[in-house]
Write a new protein. Structure first.
Length: 140
């Protein structure tokens, strides 16, 4: 059976979220059955506020088994010229996320203005047998 390696975008935010608050914000995403390779991470400024130079945003991988330990996959630093429609991105990530793990969006340093932004990741399925992952349990 042949599989196409279809890349696609996953939205981590349904609406614009403020860059002026820190912490884990937005939605989290987990691959359900197939591991995925995270290729890119992007923030889209959906407001007219431009100076988000103090913003430090991190895409993290976290195991569901560990509620507190997360590993940074990529960091995006804001700029003073990030107005409406500007996309901040980091590509070439090539980080694999397995079933039993999740991606989360963490603002480690908030922006000084309440610029709204949406967050997405570009992923690609990594086809392999579920039995190769100890977090996958077949049922009868």
């Amino acid at each position: 059976m042949a599989y196409t390696h279809t890349q696609y975008q996953v939205q981590l935010t349904a609406t614009g979220i403020t860059a002026a608050s820190s912490g884990v914000v937005g939605n989290k995403w987990s691959p359900g059955f197939v591991p995925h390779v995270v290729r890119a991470f992007a923030l889209v400024n959906t407001s007219t506020l431009a100076n988000v130079s103090s913003l430090v945003a991190v895409l993290e991988r976290r195991s569901h088994a560990s509620a507190t330990t997360a590993t940074a996959i990529a960091t995006i630093n804001g700029t003073a010229t990030g107005g409406a429609g500007v996309v901040f991105y980091k590509s070439g990530l090539n980080a694999t996320i397995q079933p039993g793990e999740e991606l989360q969006y963490h603002i480690t340093t908030a922006a000084s203005v309440a610029a709204l932004h949406q967050v997405c990741v570009w992923v690609e399925p990594k086809w392999e047998e579920p039995g190769n992952n100890s977090n996958m349990k077949a049922t009868t």
